[in-house]
Design a binder for this molecule. Structure first.
Ligand code: RB5
Length: 148
């Protein structure tokens, strides 16, 4: 986990959790890029989602974390970018399996939906869990196959 590089972003609705997650990353010496937002002023989540998604898709970072009010807007926007597998998680089981089975490369969280301690537990498990590969790799590969 120490060698991971993470991009993190939020809109105004996820700003407080973004700051808490940054504290978590700093405490564990995990390298990160904060793409904003940097204030509590209202802003547009798709711009932030696209910034983090591009950093992940181009390999400039290993993983991304996005927070908005529900996590829904961020996940919809991030998943439009090729090779992004953004998982909106509200529990630790989904967080673990989104990595182990789906090889999720972006975690989305909803600040107005789940408590802060749960959000930080989800981040911890999601960052620590590896992809199992095997039969799951074949399925994940199918996601980016040419579409009709
Ligand atoms: C902002 O009010 C809110 O719409 C946004 O944070 C997010 O929940 C969108 O999905």
């Amino acid at each position: 986990m120490e060698n991971l590089k993470v991009a993190i972003g939020s809109d105004h609705g996820g700003f407080n959790y973004k700051e808490s997650i940054i504290d978590y990353l700093k405490a564990r010496n995990i390298e990160f890029v904060d793409v904003g937002t940097y204030t509590r002023e209202s802003c547009d989540y798709p711009e932030i989602a696209q910034k983090v998604a591009r950093l992940v898709a181009t390999g400039e970072v290993d993983r991304g974390i996005l927070v908005c009010g529900t996590g829904i807007g961020m996940s919809i926007a991030a998943n439009k970018v090729r090779n992004i597998r953004a998982a909106l998680c509200g529990d630790t089981y989904s967080a673990r399996v989104s990595r182990a089975h789906n090889n999720a490369n972006i975690l989305c969280l909803g600040e107005r939906v789940i408590g802060e301690h749960l959000a930080l537990d989800i981040v911890d498990i999601w960052l620590k869990t590896g992809f199992e590969g095997g039969r799951h790799k074949r399925r994940v590969d199918m996601i980016e196959m040419p579409r009709a």
